[in-house]
Design a protein around this ligand. Structure first.
Ligand code: TXA
Ligand code: MG
Length: 331
């Protein structure tokens, strides 16, 4: 199959909607990462997403809507708290979990009785949903296990020959996937940290962060968000999080500089370092791209100065520690 990349326009969005209406899959930009989209209500269309990504069947997909009315047939009820959060954070990088109705096929929900719903902010994503007329199931458009794509070029690397069309909306503004939350009585539980932070959510209710956000999953424990139990975001390079800051990180590089390695620093440390970014927002935008670029440069090892975990930093740390397979240098 020939894979075309077309800049986002009314025409390319129409083309994408046509493919989706015929049960096909297309890649679309969102403000977080690129998504691989199919009609969320069409079992066979959703199955082709799993095939293209090589994704485990029990890992459920996020269902994307373009206006609030679209959620109603999908879920049994929208709690008042969820309504307030939607009013404040939708459209945007927040995914909420609800009890699902039978309209959502089992393949979409990974066999769970719940469904994850998000209203993306990206104009291109919204146009394609609007023109299709149905909600779109869309996981990140990378091969399962690889770093998520933040440009159309990244999607092409992973999906060339597997899908007919990639809509190019430029670089993703957030750069890491949406915050996934569920409701635990009146509490908000963060299953996957993202652009909408714990600090932002705590204005609305008590917030609990799932252990899986920072630590390795325990194979004996049930994981609420199945996606958090898999190895993820891994480049070919061997990634390590280094728990040393500033001068200590500089010294660390001195001792390893003969290696074929990149040293990602949380700021401009001059020659010998690759600037990961001064703020968590910038680090989020750069993380996946840097991991892919390390591979393009045949870098063997990537050492990353451990970033701050506050705000969006928790999302950055969550992706990084998974890319590192939970390997931390702290000697
Ligand atoms: O920003 C995003 O969320 C991107 C863009 C394309 O919208 N999508 C994305 O999808 O990251 P994906 O499939 O790569 O990640 C979905 C995450 C997984 O960790 C999955 O386990 C979790 O959401 N999830 C989906 N449905 C769930 C459910 N019913 N209960 C618990 N976790 C769920
Ligand atoms: Mg993903």
């Amino acid at each position: 199959m020939l894979t075309k990349i077309e800049l986002f326009s009314e025409e390319s969005a129409d083309k994408a909607a046509e493919i989706l209406k015929n049960g096909g899959i297309v890649a679309i930009p969102t403000e977080t990462v690129y998504g691989l989209a199919a009609n969320a209500l069409d079992e066979n269309a959703v199955k082709s997403i799993f095939t293209a990504k090589g994704r485990p069947q029990d890992n459920p997909l996020i269902v994307h809507i373009s206006n609030f009315e679209m959620i109603k047939p999908l879920v049994t009820a929208v709690p008042t708290l969820a309504e307030s959060l939607a009013e404040r954070f939708w459209p945007g990088p927040l995914t909420m979990i609800f009890d699902k109705t039978d309209v959502i096929p089992d393949v979409t929900s990974g066999g769970l009785g719940t469904v994850a719903v998000r209203m993306p902010a990206s104009e291109a994503a919204r146009a394609v949903i609007e023109k299709s007329g149905f909600p779109l199931a869309a996981p990140s458009a990378n091969l399962s296990g690889k770093p998520s794509p933040t440009t159309a070029g990244h999607v092409f690397e992973d999906m060339n020959g597997k899908i007919p069309l990639i809509i190019d909306g430029g670089e993703c503004a957030v750069g890491v996937e949406s915050t996934v939350i569920c409701f635990d009585g009146n509490k908000i539980r963060i299953l996957r940290p993202g652009g909408i932070t714990a600090e932002m959510l705590s204005e609305f209710a008590e917030v609990e962060i799932d252990k899986a956000a920072e630590t390795a999953p325990n194979p004996d424990e049930r994981v609420i968000s199945p996606g958090m139990k898999y190895t993820h975001y891994s480049p070919k390079a061997n990634v390590f999080v280094v728990s040393k800051r500033a001068d200590e990180f500089r010294k660390f590089r001195e001792s390893r500089k003969s290696e074929n390695a990149w040293f990602l620093s949380c700021g401009d440390y001059g020659s010998g370092f690759v600037n990961f970014g001064e703020t968590a927002e910038i680090q989020a935008q750069r993380l996946f791209k840097l991991l892919r670029t390390a591979d393009e440069n045949s870098v063997e090892t990537v050492y990353v100065e451990s970033p701050d975990k506050s705000g969006v930093g928790l999302a950055v740390y969550n992706r990084l520690i998974r890319a590192a397979g939970f390997k931390v240098v702290d000697e």
